[in-house]
Design a binder for this molecule. Structure first.
Ligand SMILES: Cc1cc2nc3c(=O)[nH]c(=O)nc-3n(C[C@H](O)[C@H](O)[C@H](O)COP(=O)(O)OP(=O)(O)OC[C@H]3O[C@@H](n4cnc5c(N)ncnc54)[C@H](O)[C@@H]3O)c2cc1C
Length: 471
């Protein structure tokens, strides 16, 4: 259920596609008669669910408990509560373009349209989504529901900032067109609301016009965490896209060494004449044993990644997919962590200097991570539960083969984050308690008020909502 849909895979083979506008409607949502197992991208938890795969979201959402896109939320956000007998709507087949204005770049599409298909349809037309996640296997609905951020958050904000209208099946059953001036409370609460107010049926978003479809990138290797943080801050002051990778295995004077990358869309003069081809992925055909990706392998991978860059700064034109979605080069890479899976701990802190202390806690508790990424954040998103706020965010992948130890580690990291006015990202979170969540999201009452208004009977629900006490 986490793999790209067949339509999406087919789209990957074509250079320029016609817009998928042809009318097709399911008579009834398709779905297995018996419950199937659904899991988060981190493979934990797993929940038995009644799921309906539909290209008619209006119909399928009528009495559904939750919508689910491509299942890239790491943990329980896109899973129904344990024991729910109401169906989850799987949205990726509802991926039609409803309207598109080439002159303004304004796109209206069904919520199941994936970023991957958008890349295929629009990059060759000189347009792209103004905010991209670290994988292209996400849907428009998922991007709104998590109010996603990219490497350019410090200048472009979250995805929701570029959304102009949403068609929503609210929890109370009404189908509502929400905009900044019409049902504005619903419009904003849905952004970052993790699907808990309504099912997003259609999204209208302003695409960004590009000077070329290629990226100009510079990168630099730095020997300590302090140097990485300083270089990231400096880069974010003048570059639209910035990110830093850090080696969490290095110790002593090398602790926190890393690589800072800065990028922008290349000018027509710099860019190759040919358009970037659509890249395929090497599949990971079977899961590896849990525990294979542990401190030793992660240490080796970190050293290799750091050394491979070389000491000299690099400047080059890169393929947009290598820049935005390097992990998508390996299909189903989450299986590398085995059946027990992994979690991604992602938080934002107002002051990047605090990360020295946070990473000390991580190391002392035996944590090790290969995907360890810092990004700078600009102003808070508009949704009451939108994650980013002014400061710097850190994402760390942690294998779950020592489950209880990782849970304890995440609670300890959360205590530090709460004490320092930070918060965790709900699209990644697996362990946060209702108590910590309340402290991290001061606008929660605003969200709950909108939920009571648009879903008074609490018909929409998720496993994450139960864990976080969202009622
Ligand atoms: C490798 C990787 C890299 C990532 N990089 C980033 C990143 O750079 N920035 C970032 O912000 N996030 C990132 N993410 C997280 C990801 O962008 C979000 O989890 C996103 O929501 C996933 O979209 P999806 O379609 O898979 O949604 P799902 O995972 O299926 O669902 C996520 C949430 O959205 C809700 N939802 C989905 N569709 C709808 C709908 N139609 N109506 C209402 N609610 C809906 C679900 O109920 C759930 O709460 C990354 C994830 C992965 C695996």
């Amino acid at each position: 259920m986490n793999q790209p849909s067949q339509r999406e895979e087919a789209a990957d083979d074509a250079a320029v596609l016609p817009f998928p506008t042809a009318a097709r409607r399911d008579a009834e949502p398709r779905g297995p008669a018996t419950p199937i197992e659904l899991e988060g991208w981190g493979r934990h938890p797993r929940v038995m669910a009644v799921a309906a795969d539909s290209d008619d979201l209006r119909r399928a959402s009528r009495d559904a408990v939750l919508s689910r896109g491509l299942g890239r939320a790491y943990s329980d956000a896109a899973l129904p509560p344990e024991g729910s007998t109401r169906r989850v709507v799987l949205t990726p087949r509802a991926d039609r373009i409803v309207a598109f204005d080439e002159a303004t770049g304004i796109l209206r599409a069904e919520a199941g349209l994936s970023l991957s298909t958008m890349r295929n349809l629009f990059l060759s037309r000189g347009l792209f989504t103004p905010v991209s996640t670290g994988t292209r296997h996400v849907t428009l609905g998922g991007m709104v529901a998590s109010d996603v951020h990219g490497k350019n958050h410090h200048v472009a904000g979250c995805f929701g900032r570029h959304v102009r209208a949403l068609l929503i099946r609210a929890g109370d059953g009404r189908v509502i067109e929400a905009t900044p001036t019409q049902h504005a409370d619903l419009f904003y609460a849905v952004q970052g609301g993790m699907g808990l107010i309504g099912h997003i049926l259609e999204v209208e978003v302003a695409l960004e016009r590009l000077p070329s479809p290629w990226i100009y990138e510079e990168s630099e290797r730095l020997g300590s965490l302090g140097a990485v943080i300083d270089a990231l801050r400096e880069a974010s002051a003048s570059w639209p896209m910035t990110v830093a990778w850090v080696d969490t295995s290095a110790r002593g004077g090398k602790a926190g060494r890393g690589i800072v990358m800065r990028g922008r869309w290349a000018t027509p003069d710099e860019a190759p004449k040919q358009p970037p081809r659509v890249k395929g992925a090497i599949g990971l055909p079977f899961g590896l044993p849990s525990g294979l990706v542990g401190p030793t392998t992660i240490g080796l991978m970190n050293t290799l990644w750091y050394t491979r860059h070389g000491a000299r700064p690099r400047k080059h034109i890169v393929h947009p997919e290598s820049f935005y979605w390097p992990l998508d080069g390996i299909g189903a890479w989450n299986r590398a962590y085995g059946r027990r899976g992994f979690t991604q701990y992602q938080c934002v802190l107002p002051d990047a200097q605090l990360y020295g202390e946070l990473l000390d806690i991580f190391r002392k508790r035996g944590g090790s991570s290969f995907v360890t990424v810092f990004k700078d954040c600009g102003e808070q998103g508009q949704g009451p539960l939108s994650f980013p706020k002014k400061g710097t965010t850190l994402a760390i992948d942690i294998p779950l083969h020592r489950f209880e130890a990782v849970r304890a580690l995440c609670h300890e990291l959360n205590a530090f984050v709460v004490a320092n006015d930070g918060r965790i990202y709900l699209a990644k979170d697996a362990f946060t308690t209702a108590q910590d969540f309340t402290k991290m999201y001061p606008r929660l009452p605003e969200f709950l008020e909108a939920r009571r208004k648009y879903d008074p009977d609490g018909r929409i629900d998720s496993a994450q909502a139960h864990r976080l006490g969202i009622r």
